[in-house]
Write a new protein. Structure first.
Length: 129
């Protein structure tokens, strides 16, 4: 069985998701665009939710849905002002976290493709130029 026959979760394991999310939220914690979207005490809880969501999405245990129900990504993000600039910053931090976590292809490519689609789908505010 080749790596491409395995789920992303099977390819990289739960520790890689830990590294990814730790790296991502370390960047978010000091980012002037994204940090204001989180209440002061919310980063740890947000990190846990994203980690569980990604683990489930990429073939791991369904703990996220067991605890929170359907992901409803767009609905959960509607209260936040997300424009192209916020989407781009989110992607920069996630790509840097992927690099730091040393997630290799084919898992990296699958994850990056999903992140690109999902981040673009969260845009809910348009700034005309």
């Amino acid at each position: 069985m080749s790596d491409s026959d395995l789920s992303v979760y099977e390819q990289i394991g739960p520790e890689a998701f830990e590294r990814l999310i730790d790296g991502f939220y370390r960047r978010v914690a000091t980012d002037p665009v994204l940090r204001p979207m989180y209440p002061d005490d919310e980063l740890d809880a947000a990190a846990r939710r994203l980690r569980l969501f990604l683990i489930q999405l990429f073939g791991g245990p369904a703990t996220y849905s067991d605890e929170r129900g359907h992901p409803r990504l767009r609905a959960r993000h509607l209260p936040f002002r997300i424009d192209q600039a916020a989407r781009d910053v989110w992607m920069q931090h996630m790509q840097a976290a992927l690099d730091e976590a040393e997630i290799a292809d084919p898992a990296r490519g699958a994850m990056l493709a999903y992140f690109e689609r999902a981040a673009t789908g969260m845009i809910n505010t348009y700034n005309p130029d």
